[in-house]
Design a protein around this ligand. Structure first.
Ligand code: NIG
Ligand code: FE
Length: 401
């Protein structure tokens, strides 16, 4: 048994365990002059330092605020190549369609990723995960989706599996870009071959679909969700990024874990999410980088939805390597309060991954936590740049970065 009592905590701020919706997102437990007892990677006791149990092993954190480890519920951290030329072209006024027609965009990342060896992908991904972890992420979702064919998709997930020994990852199979021809056969293959193989090899816990005018239709998404469920996998989707074509409504009807993006969501989609247990995940990095409207997180919270925040780290729409910055941007761009944003990045983001054992510094939860540079927990939502997260403790499998 290993046991450590962490003291020297000016403030410990945490949501209670479990997903929070609507007004409950702003309710945090805040303990001044706190202590935290960790036993075998789990929280064994938390409360005022003056009442802490005696223990042989004590670590003084030196007078800093502590918040739960942040959960990044949406990344495309595995990719090869870059999109710097696309970005410059976009700054000069090129549209998404122009870039795609010139051979750029998602397809250029797919070509580079499909051509990379697993070792190369692993080497490219590791420093990205390191940066996310240093920013406060103690659990990171990682998607496939840049494979040109099924084999390349499996290879991406195998890279995630390999890196799971070093980081706490949640891999997701992403059905991202339809082929230019014979898409019906492709969707059949996804449902009848790829998903069963991913499930058989235990390579992912969920399946994600890009449901959009230029990607997969609502009916194709329904077929893919049905196959995921039949193979024991959860499902989620990218929806309402450019157009609200019905993906959100389908996800809520079928019990998806989350609907991510939502920049184009309107009243119907907000009402559907508010009436469901499906998490509404907003991605402020995309708003900033692509200049898209911000997802209506304020309206979602006010309507009673469960809202989470993620980085969407990827080379095309969100080169955001900090989950703490995603949290801070959600306050500015999506109009969450600091307390709501902390809940969105902890218990609610965990719920978006189907996890209930983390996100709250409460007895029995995983002892994943961030030690801030400052003495007030709100710095995690306040700072833009710098290093507001000073140390990261992850119960398993890594110690501080
Ligand atoms: O989450 N919307 C689709 N997929 C990604 C972008 C991927 C890319 O541009 O490489 C997203 O924004
Ligand atoms: Fe994404």
């Amino acid at each position: 048994m290993s046991e450590t009592l962490f003291t020297g905590i000016t403030q410990l701020a945490t949501p209670k365990p479990g997903p929070k919706r609507g007004g409950d997102m702003g309710q945090l437990d805040i303990t001044e002059h706190a202590a935290l007892l960790v036993r075998d990677g789990l929280v064994a006791w938390v409360g005022p330092a003056a009442e802490a149990p005696a223990t042989a092993n004590e670590v003084n954190l030196g007078g800093r605020a502590v918040v739960p480890g942040l959960v990044d519920p949406h990344t495309h951290a595995i990719w090869a190549g870059h999109r710097l030329a696309d970005w410059e072209a976009k700054l000069q006024g090129a549209t998404y369609e122009d870039i795609l027609a010139a051979g750029g965009g998602i397809r250029s990342t797919m070509r580079a990723t499909a051509a990379a060896t697993p070792e190369e992908l692993e080497q490219l991904t590791r420093p990205r995960l390191k940066r996310l972890t240093a920013s406060g992420a103690t659990t990171v979702e990682v998607k496939s989706g840049y494979g040109l064919d099924f084999e390349a998709e499996l290879r991406m997930l195998q890279v995630a599996l390999k890196l799971q020994g070093e980081y706490e990852l949640q891999p997701t199979l992403l059905i991202h870009v339809p082929p230019e021809e014979d898409r019906a056969r492709y969707v059949q293959g996804v449902c009848g071959e790829l998903i069963p193989e991913v499930a058989r090899q235990g390579l992912a816990t969920a399946v994600d679909v890009f449901t959009e005018k230029e990607a997969f239709s609502v009916e194709e998404t329904r077929a893919i969700f049905t196959a995921a469920a039949a193979n024991g996998l959860r499902f989620k989707l990218h929806a309402d990024q450019f157009h609200a074509i019905g993906g959100t409504e389908l996800a809520c009807e079928m019990g998806a874990l989350s609907v991510d993006h939502l920049e184009a969501s309107g009243e119907r989609q907000i009402a559907a999410l508010a009436a469901s247990d499906t998490v509404a995940t907003v991605l402020p990095g995309v708003t900033l980088h692509l200049g898209l409207p911000a997802a209506p997180a304020r309206a979602l919270v006010d309507a009673g939805a469960i809202v989470a925040v993620g980085t969407d780290l990827n080379p095309g729409s969100s080169p955001l390597f900090s989950v703490q910055l995603a949290l801070a941007l959600a306050v500015r761009l999506n109009r969450l309060t600091p307390a709501e944003a902390l809940t969105a990045c902890t218990v609610n983001a965990a719920h978006a991954l189907g996890l209930s054992d983390r996100g709250s510094l409460s007895v029995g939860q995983r002892a994943d936590f961030c030690v801030l540079a400052g003495t007030d927990w709100r710095e995690v939502a306040y700072a833009l740049g710098g290093q507001p997260v000073q140390e990261v403790y992850c119960a398993h499998p890594v110690q501080p970065t």
